[in-house]
Unconditional design. Structure first.
Length: 117
């Protein structure tokens, strides 16, 4: 009698076809196509998770810069001034302050101006 590892093979194929649900055409039906499609999808998802972090940091930088420009200041000057003033606040929090609490953001800008002078 030939050993085929049938339960594990079937489970693996079933898992891959389940992941391929929603893919178009044979990519969601035929196991060979599904393997290729899911491998690629998982690789792109991994890259996408890294890209998302970059995109958010860029968004925060843009928001901080826009708020700085409204106060006749530059983003690079703000970051430099905060570092010189030993104020440790990350860009996510800075961007949130710039959008939601303009007064607090303006105080940080004033401290950065003072530290750079």
């Amino acid at each position: 009698m030939r050993a085929t590892n049938a339960p594990a093979s079937r489970a693996r194929r079933k898992r891959v076809l389940e992941m391929a649900k929603g893919f178009s055409g044979t990519r969601s039906k035929l196991i060979r196509m599904a393997y290729t499609a899911t491998d690629r999808a998982m690789a792109n998802a991994y890259v996408g998770r890294k890209d998302k972090k970059i995109a958010y940091r860029q968004l925060w930088t843009q928001r901080i810069n826009a708020a700085c420009r409204a106060l006749d200041f530059k983003y690079s000057w703000l970051i430099d001034g905060l570092n010189k003033a030993n104020i440790e606040i990350n860009r996510k929090m800075l961007a949130d302050l710039a959008v939601t609490d303009a007064a607090a953001f303006q105080q940080l800008v004033e401290k950065a101006k003072a530290a750079r002078a």
